[in-house]
Each structure stands twice: as structure tokens, then as C-alpha cells.
Design a protein around this ligand. Structure first.
Ligand code: PMP
Length: 395
């Protein structure tokens, strides 16, 4: 059976319908995913007919919106196998990691890896942690044998990408958890690129914290989540003050609400939370095993097509999840991206917020094609055609 043909859902995505019926080959889902109509409709309803604030209103519309907002928390928790009191809504993965880096009470040494996104590097620097860096294997996976040698009881945290946003490499999270816990450290997984393309169950992964953004999961921008084990969240002090995170305020002293509310100061992203839950429903209905198989097929086609071109360097392991990074001799990725745009092919070119990884790969930038539910063989064919044309232009 043709898996890619059975799953491709272009018709669900108004953003992919172009004027004059010309297909738009969107290959930048790792940056942000297009939105299905189910999410757009849920957001429209929450912003229109159902709109009101949450938590403080005594009138029924607000009470209903509060139920909707808390139901969204339950839905997001369920999506990754956690419980609702363990989900802190944040602005996205970036804010989730900042929250943890600032608020975790035992700030000592953190082990990162060479492939981390800047949002899993800079917050630890800003919050004053000592940083060690785990190298990569030749094919671009986090080298867990090296991690085993580096880790000591001085490490309070290990923070690794579950899936690399540049290489698509998938972490052996079970082993990472074993190694972290073996020295008494906690494990944060940056799940930004994993939640849209792999089944994620935080209990099975045995991690302690999990950070992700809704907008890569076909949901709205401006919202994401930090999942944390409840006893760990309970031991973390608040990091921002304001409304909704308190128990009792006087000028002399303030007591705080329990987690997760303690970490959600101010009026939350109500509408976005509803859209986040709708995105979880949409993705769960299709099924992450099917999505993973679909994207794996497109990755294999792309890597095979690029592999046949003798002047292309492919980065990352063959079995990467939904993401293919590459470089072409003599052609800067930005030039490639611009010429592909003329062919209605949208790829990403640059350092992908992973400058230390670019240093490790010895390139200033890569070209990156990344897939989603709506991607299909036509998109891959258009990419390969566009690359051949670019190579002819550059001689
Ligand atoms: N981590 C990874 C692996 C990512 O791909 C991204 C987004 N490119 C982030 C973190 C940051 O996510 P956001 O910008 O949505 O906060």
C-alpha cells in the first residue's frame, strides 16, 4: 500500500491552497507546521462565539471558557502520557526550557549535546549553570557512550533534543534516562521535533521534564508546554509573579498557588490553549505511527534522490525522523532556497538556530527539507527537480 498517498491531507490545510491552482511545496514543517481547518475552526470559535477570560469570571461564559482551558490542559497531558497537574502552559518550548533553567532549585552542572537548538543552550547559560557538551557519533546522533564517560554526580541535569531539528536524529531516550538517573541527574527532553512525528509517552521515555511547542504540532503559535514530574514541579519556586499564580498577597508576603498555576502568571493564552488541544485531537486521529511511517518514506525518497547526485553532502542518519539536511558543492544554501522558491518549493536554509552544530559539521549553513502530514511524493519530486535546475544554473 502506498502509505504516503493514503495519509497526505493537503485538503485539510487552507494554507496549502494557492491561487491559480499552482501547488506550493511546503518543506519547512520543522520550522512551523501549517494549520488544519479543525484547528482554525476551534480558534475562531474560541476567539468569537465562546470568548471570555478564564479563572476569575463569575458569569457562565467565563466558567465555560475555564472548563475549556482546563480541558485543553488535560488533552495536552494525555497526548504525551502525562497528567494534567504536570502540564505548565508556556509560550512555547523556548519559554519552557527557560522556566526550567531558572526555576530548577539545584542549578549545578548540565550536560547538553552538540546538536542542541539555541533554546536548549542559551537559557542554561543565562541561568548560570555549568555546561558540559556531549559529542555526536559520525552519523550525527548524540553519542551516549561518550555521555556515559562525561557524566558524574556533579550533574544535576541532562538536557537533550528528543529529535534534532537539523539532522532528524532520534535520541535513544531510554538509555539517556538510565545514564542521567545513574548519576542522580534529571533528564529534560526537548520534544519540539518529536511530538509532531513520533508517538511520545513520557512515562515510557522515563524522562523527568519534556518541553514542546504547539505550532510545530499543527497548533497555534504563542503556546507550548513544560511537562514535569509533579514532585519536581512542586519543589520549584515561581519564576514570574503576577495574577493567577498566587494563593494570598499582602505587601509583606505572598504565598503561591500549587503547580502548574504557580508558573502561569497573568492572563493565559486561552484561545491558543483551545487550539493546542484541537491540534492534539487532529494528530491523534491520524495516529503518530502512521505519521512516522509516512514521513520515513518521504525521508528515504529524498535521501535516495539526493544520494544519487554526486555533489551533494547529506547530514544525519539515514533513519532520521521527517527532516533532511544537506549541502551542495559550490551552491550556498541561501541561493538554493531562493531558486527553489521560484519553483514554489519552500525549504529552510541557514544555521537553524544550531550554530554549535554548524561548527561541528564544518559548514556555515545547511539546506533543510522537513515534512509533515500533508507532504507527499510530488513535494519530494519538485524539490529534486528544483535542485537539478539550480545545479544547471550554477554550472
Ligand atoms: N527545540 C527545537 C529542537 C526546535 O526545533 C525549536 C524550534 N525550531 C525549538 C526548540 C524552539 O521552539 P519555539 O521557537 O517554538 O519556542
Amino acid at each position: 500500500m502506498n502509505v504516503a498517498a493514503t495519509i497526505s491531507r493537503k485538503a485539510d490545510f487552507p494554507g496549502l491552497v494557492t491561487p491559480a491552482g499552482k501547488p506550493w511545496h511546503y518543506l519547512d514543517s520543522a520550522a512551523t507546521a501549517q494549520k488544519p481547518r479543525a484547528v482554525i475552526d476551534a480558534v475562531t470559535k474560541a476567539l468569537g462565539a465562546n470568548y471570555a477570560t478564564v479563572h476569575r469570571g463569575v458569569y457562565s461564559r467565563s466558567a465555560e471558557m475555564t472548563l475549556g482551558y482546563e480541558a485543553a490542559r488535560r488533552r495536552v497531558a494525555e497526548f504525551i502520557g502525562g497528567s494534567e497537574d504536570e502540564i505548565v502552559f508556556t509560550r512555547g518550548a523556548t519559554e519552557a526550557i527557560n522556566l526550567l533553567a531558572y526555576s530548577y532549585p539545584d542549578k549545578r552542572r548540565v550536560l547538553l549535546s552538540e546538536l542542541e537548538h539555541h533554546s536548549n543552550i542559551v537559557p542554561w547559560q543565562l541561568a548560570g549553570w555549568d555546561i558540559d557538551v556531549c559529542p555526536l557519533t559520525e552519523d550525527g546522533r548524540i553519542d551516549l557512550d561518550a555521555a556515559a564517560d562525561i557524566l558524574t554526580p556533579d550533574h544535576a541535569m541532562v538536557a537533550f533534543a528528543h529529535v534534532s531539528n537539523v539532522l532528524g536524529s532520534v535520541l535513544d531516550a531510554g538509555r539517556a534516562a538510565e545514564l542521567a538517573h545513574g548519576v542522580g541527574a534529571k533528564l529534560l527532553l526537548d520534544g519540539c521535533q518529536a511530538v509532531p512525528r513520533l508517538p511520545v509517552d513520557v512515562a515510557a521515555l522515563d524522562c523527568d521534564f519534556y518541553a514542546f511547542s504547539a505550532h510545530k504540532l499543527y497548533g497555534p503559535t504563542g503556546i507550548g508546554a513544560l511537562w514535569g514530574r509533579s514532585e519536581l514541579l512542586a519543589a520549584m519556586p515561581p519564576w514570574q509573579g503576577g495574577g493567577a499564580m498566587i494563593d494570598r498577597v499582602t505587601f509583606e508576603t505572598t504565598t503561591y498557588a500549587p503547580a502548574p498555576q504557580r508558573f502561569e502568571a497573568g492572563t493565559p493564552a486561552i484561545v491558543e490553549a483551545i487550539g493546542f488541544a484541537a491540534a492534539c485531537d487532529y494528530v491523534a486521529n491520524i495516529g503518530l505511527d502512521a505519521i512516522h511511517a509516512h514521513e520515513a518514506k518521504l525521508v528515504a525518497m529524498t535521501r535516495e534522490g539526493l544520494g544519487r547526485m554526486n555533489d551533494v553532502v547529506l547530514f544525519g542518519p539515514d533513519e532520521s525522523a521527517g527532516i533532511v539536511s544537506f549541502a551542495i558543492d559550490r551552491i550556498h544554501p541561501h541561493d538554493l532556497g531562493t531558486i527553489l522558491d521560484e519553483e514554489n518549493v519552500a525549504i529552510r536554509a541557514g544555521h537553524h538556530c544550531a550554530q554549535p552544530l554548524m561548527d561541528r559539521l564544518g559548514v556555515p549553513a545547511t539546506a533543510r527539507a522537513s515534512f509533515g502530514i500533508y507532504s507527499d511524493e510530488d513535494d519530494v519530486a519538485a524539490l529534486l527537480r528544483g535542485i537539478e535546475r539550480t545545479k544547471r544554473i550554477f554550472g
